[in-house]
Design a protein around this ligand. Sequence first.
Ligand code: UD1
Length: 333
Amino acid sequence: MKILVTGGAGFVGSACLRYLLEQGHQATAFDNLCQGHSSSVPEGRLIQGDIRNTGQLADAMRQVDAEAVMHFAAATYVGESVSSPEYHYDNNIGGTLSLLNAMRQTGIKRLLFSSTCATYGDNPKPPMDETAAQIPCSPYARTKLAVEWMIRDFAHAHGLGFTLLRYFNASGADADGKFGEDHKPENHLIPLILQVPLGQRDKLLIFGMDYPTPDGTCIRDYVHTSDLASAHLLAISATDENTREVYNIGTGNGNSVMEVLKACETVVGSSIPFEVVARRPGDPPALVADPTKIKSQLGWKPRYPDIKETVETAWRWHRSHPTGYSEPRLVNS
Ligand code: UD1
């Protein structure tokens, strides 16, 4: 299948792109390289462009003769979305509107959208299945929920087959340690923990220990990018012009920040200092997937259900690429 992958140079997008290529599909990344890394994309598979430029997108779709689009490109920093909502609304909502218009211009009728568990937000009852109430508690999450509705409305009005994939916390790295997570600035839990044993940070700052969870720290469902990639291939293969679907992608296992820290200590083989600080605005207490639907309908099975194995892959990547893909990392400790 010929697939245009927006955000295909990002952490999750590039993992999916590489997997699609490995499985014999003709996938091409469309990425503005604002957060993405060209070196995470195999040679000749990257078109540089911005999703807010409809003409550029439509040209790219025609250039690769795309039959389907996987839409990863988005602003994803929850904290930044609280301080600069305009950037998130412009990129995520404006960018998706531009994408849907480009798809109409070029007649592409199959879409996978990277939504998020963050749309469940303040829902008090994990694990969540796809029918759980969506109560987003950050501007980032609100943009993703708005886009889910935008896609449904376009599908209704103009005919479009879509699958919405609500990811839980994307993590880990390719098994061979060649590709992994590299955000600048980094703000995700596992890379930040591993920066401590790498000597790039004095300690982990834990954002709040007064949540209504067993140890007081937030609970998340950490799902490996390889498992996200296999879910995407299953989902696009099952999406045709008439599809209107939504799936959670998560392991079904929740781990608290403290449990993730302990798993990292086990993998690294040394203790990792931490300090508890104030809660981070926009963080819900507990998000854990009920992935029954994608397992039973698409036959998806995570290869990395255990946080320790996910951390092992991340550690292999970070240890061999301490400054990420290329440019030196700026570290705040
Ligand atoms: C968020 C989104 C997720 C999105 C991802 C993309 C929510 C609920 N989830 O994940 O949908 O795909 O961003 O960027 O909004 N933590 C610390 N100390 C740190 C860093 C993090 O204690 O230095 C804690 C956080 O408070 C959180 C957990 O670790 O409870 C995970 O944080 P992070 O890795 O940033 O991911 P989310 O914010 O859950």
